[in-house]
Ligand binder design. Structure first.
Ligand code: GAL
Length: 368
């Protein structure tokens, strides 16, 4: 090759080498293993109506920023259409990875396909994404255990024993939104614990509403749960018959139920408040627990869930295998999604200080 040709070859080689290093450093091109500086992570969350989701989004944003990533956080306010638009816009803007807390896990299939075609990886956050092969990982809590803890609390507080003859105690059942996949886990965890006591007569359900389809609450709305409870009190609790326990699936619904019960003179000596469960350790409900109106909540440390999701994202973006602890338990109807599930914890008056205040999850100054 003549001298000029050799020089030209050296120049071309140098240019190609520079290009590929730049591509690697900025995460451009197919390899999304770029340095964090140029990588944006899309964070699509369902709503701000429960305070936990606000904390989830803030926690993840803070952790990503500390690692040098950019973030694109959006809330859909329980609108499926809005969330589809938000997720598709994230892909169009070139977000390299999506973390999605779905409004409805079944409704993002097309957007997930678009993500896959763009080489964008997807982590399902707290709520499993359903029916699609384009979900790479799942980070959540053990939803079945949430329900089990709620039911176990009721059983223990009523002093029920398997084969015992206590009661019969009256219980009413409530669940969250029918389109939230978590609700199936919560309810089956609770009913697997409660059913033996319903079958042996120690627990009775005067309203006869015992199937999930009968007890879901549209978009987890507390006011709807309140109305339903008022109707059940009017229809099934006439005269001296009172409610002894209520399976409330989260704190927002628990507070709605407490409003209905107080309107019916519960919370007095004549009519003590029934055992009422909850979930999310919301400050407002911890105050209700201190006041003796809500009995317990299930604490899911969303700071830890944010750490898990962010670490998963970092591993994926740097071409590493994320840590998972549940390989088989999360079939989304299309594939078994590898997951990392954290353990929920039962909290009541006896341990909220240690678990929530001492851990910094809730500020003492925010409590009554
Ligand atoms: C669930 C979530 C719970 C509960 C509910 C309402 O999917 O796991 O923590 O708060 O949504 O947002």
């Amino acid at each position: 090759m003549h001298a000029g040709g050799a020089a030209r070859l050296r120049t071309v080689t140098l240019a190609v080498l520079t290009l590929s290093l730049t591509a690697a450093a900025t995460g451009c091109g197919n390899d999304s293993g770029g340095q964090s500086g140029e990588v944006t992570v899309g964070i699509a969350l369902p709503t701000t109506k429960q305070t936990r989701w606000i904390a989830d989004g803030n926690n993840m944003e803070k952790l990503f920023k500390e690692q040098g990533y950019k973030t694109d956080k959006q809330y859909a306010e329980d609108s499926v259409e809005k969330q589809v638009e938000q997720v598709e816009a994230m892909i169009d803007r070139g977000d390299k990875l999506l973390i999605i807390g779905a409004v409805d896990g079944f409704e993002l299939g097309d957007a997930l396909q678009k993500a896959s075609r763009a080489g964008v990886k997807v982590i399902a956050y707290d709520r499993l994404l359903l029916g699609s092969s384009n979900v790479d990982y799942y980070a959540s809590f053990n939803n079945y255990k949430v329900g089990e803890l709620q039911a176990r609390y009721i059983i223990d507080k009523l002093g029920l024993k398997k084969g015992g003859n206590a009661g019969p105690y009256n219980i009413e059942l409530f669940a969250g939104d029918a389109n939230d996949n978590n609700v199936r886990g919560f309810f089956s965890g609770a009913m697997d614990t409660l059913n033996p006591f319903i079958e042996d007569g120690q627990l009775e359900v005067p309203s006869k509403q015992t199937r999930l389809s009968q007890v879901t609450t549209f978009k987890w709305q507390a006011d709807i749960a309140q109305e339903t409870m008022t109707t059940r009190l009017n229809d099934f609790y006439k005269g001296s018959s009172t409610v002894d326990a209520i399976l409330a699936p989260n704190d927002g619904i628990a507070r709605g139920l407490i409003k209905a019960l107080k309107k019916d003179d519960y919370g007095t000596t004549a009519k003590p408040m029934p055992i009422i469960t909850g979930q999310d350790a919301e400050t407002e409900s911890v105050n209700e627990i201190i006041a003796g109106e809500q009995s317990m909540t299930v604490y899911k440390d969303t700071r830890k869930l944010a750490e898990v999701a962010v670490k998963m994202a970092q591993d994926i973006l740097s071409g590493k295998q994320p840590e998972i602890n549940d390989k088989t338990g999360n079939d989304n109807g299309n594939k078994v999604v590898p997951a990392y599930l954290l353990a929920p914890v039962s909290v009541d008056k006896s341990n909220y200080k240690k678990l929530l205040v001492d851990s910094g999850y809730i500020k003492a100054s925010d409590l009554d």
